[in-house]
Design a protein around this ligand. Structure first.
Ligand SMILES: [Zn+2]
Length: 424
């Protein structure tokens, strides 16, 4: 790409310009859409975004002009909850679940997360990076330009470090941007089942200091659930993580009302994720501590459950809702944010605009990057997508297809696909 270029003839420039903070309540419905919009890029930055007729005089001879062909242009999706580094897949368990087995039954047979942990421990760093590159391409072709990426399938010091190093290499080797989260507290590994506190101590005394020292993660997460990490164990781990300067995220109230949301509030975590079973008291607590909920409807869908989180209550309570894919080989094997938009609208009854806000600017704020990405505004990094549709609502309406035709990261073309000229 040249140093400067302009994308013109955008049917809708979905800018999400607005207050410099996460969006709440009715603000989630305001995408700041500009009809017949244009965006000007110089180097890796957005130089201007707005109405074409207002920007035309700025498009000087040094700009290359790209015609968007009356298509939607919007920020790249920010996927704030993924598990993208693992070995092996679990299509066999998917078949077992389709035949009636439950997630818990499969786990009791040694399947579930433990089978991914075994495969990931056996994989080399090179193997993990190779698999991770394939998934990075999947994210990009679905219009995602930044992901939060968790470790958590190693559960030993060396294997957790190996996964975090793979995330670092993927961030350098692919156009996709990664924000690393240490999730050594994803599960109690089988060799510690009868010595839980020993494993908690291993995370606190040995894993966290190494992760912090090597600057391999910005956030620390823990799976808070009665039969995984109790609220007390989660508190110990996340308090230690905060002392190392890491931001906090929590897998909370996914399988039961275990107190994870209230703990997230108590710890002033950046996010509380999942929240399928969170009650009104938990929602009020999250609001009081400005914790952002990260909802993962793709995992509810893929597990065949009906227990979606209470998003309407959360929006009404003033929470800055985020939605994400939860991409992982067990409960949510999708990297597709458009698919998550579809499920959010059809199953949780979010409006398309609310879902898009939750998948872009609010997600960016949940990762501490609200000033850098998530909207199309002067000075932000030029991470944006041309989608092959005329109206942004089509992204959630037509489901199961890849809408993105051109994906730009930091002003560079990171993915493109040939699109049909035949459109009504
Ligand atoms: Zn997760």
């Amino acid at each position: 790409m040249p140093e400067a270029f302009a994308v013109v003839n955008c049917s809708q420039l979905v800018s999400l310009a607005g207050a410099h903070r996460p969006r709440i309540g009715g603000e989630l419905r305001n995408l700041a859409v500009v009809e017949d919009g244009a965006i000007l890029v110089r180097g890796d930055r957005i130089e201007a975004a707005g109405r074409r007729r207002d920007l035309e005089q700025l498009i000087t001879d040094d700009f290359e002009v790209i015609d968007a062909g009356k298509r939607v242009v919007m920020p790249g999706f920010v996927d704030a909850h993924t598990h993208p580094v693992f070995a092996g897949i679990r299509a066999n368990e998917f078949e077992q679940r389709a035949s009636g087995a439950t997630y818990r039954e499969i786990a009791a047979r040694g399947g579930g997360i433990r089978s991914t942990v075994r495969a990931t421990r056996n994989a080399s760093l090179k193997d993990l990076v190779k698999a991770g590159k394939r998934y990075a391409e999947w994210f990009l072709r679905n219009g995602t330009t930044t992901i939060e990426a968790k470790s958590g399938y190693g559960l030993t010091i060396e294997d957790e470090l190996k996964i975090l190093r793979a995330i670092k290499q993927l961030n350098e080797a692919t156009p996709l941007n990664y924000v690393a989260t240490f999730l050594g507290a994803h599960d109690i590994p089988s060799e510690y089942k009868t010595r839980r506190q020993t494993y908690v101590n291993l995370i606190i005394n040995e894993m966290l200091p190494r992760v912090a020292e090597e600057r391999l993660a910005e956030y620390c997460d823990a799976f808070c659930e009665e039969d995984v990490f109790t609220t007390d164990e989660t508190w110990q781990i996340l308090s230690a993580a905060r002392c190392h300067g890491l931001g906090l995220r929590i897998h909370a109230d996914q399988l039961s009302l275990s107190g994870g949301a209230r703990l997230a509030a108590e710890l002033n975590a950046a996010t509380a994720d999942h929240l399928e079973h969170t009650d009104m008291a938990g929602i009020v607590a999250l609001k009081g501590a400005s914790v952002q909920p990260v909802l993962l409807p793709g995992s509810v869908y893929a597990l065949g459950s009906k227990q979606y989180p209470a998003v309407r209550e959360m929006i009404d309570a003033g929470l800055a809702v985020v939605i994400a894919t939860d991409f992982n080989p067990g409960s949510s094997p999708t990297p597709s944010m458009p698919m998550v938009l579809s499920v959010a609208c059809t199953q949780m009854k979010m409006t398309p605009a609310e879902a898009i806000t939750a998948a872009t600017i609010n997600a960016a704020y949940s990762l501490g990057r609200g000033d850098e990405i998530g909207s199309l505004e002067k000075g932000k990094r030029a991470d944006f997508v041309i989608h092959d549709c005329e109206d942004y609502r089509e992204l959630a309406y037509f489901f199961g297809i890849e809408h993105a035709s051109h994906v730009f990261v930091a002003g560079k073309l990171a993915f493109s696909q040939v699109i049909s000229e035949a459109r009504p």
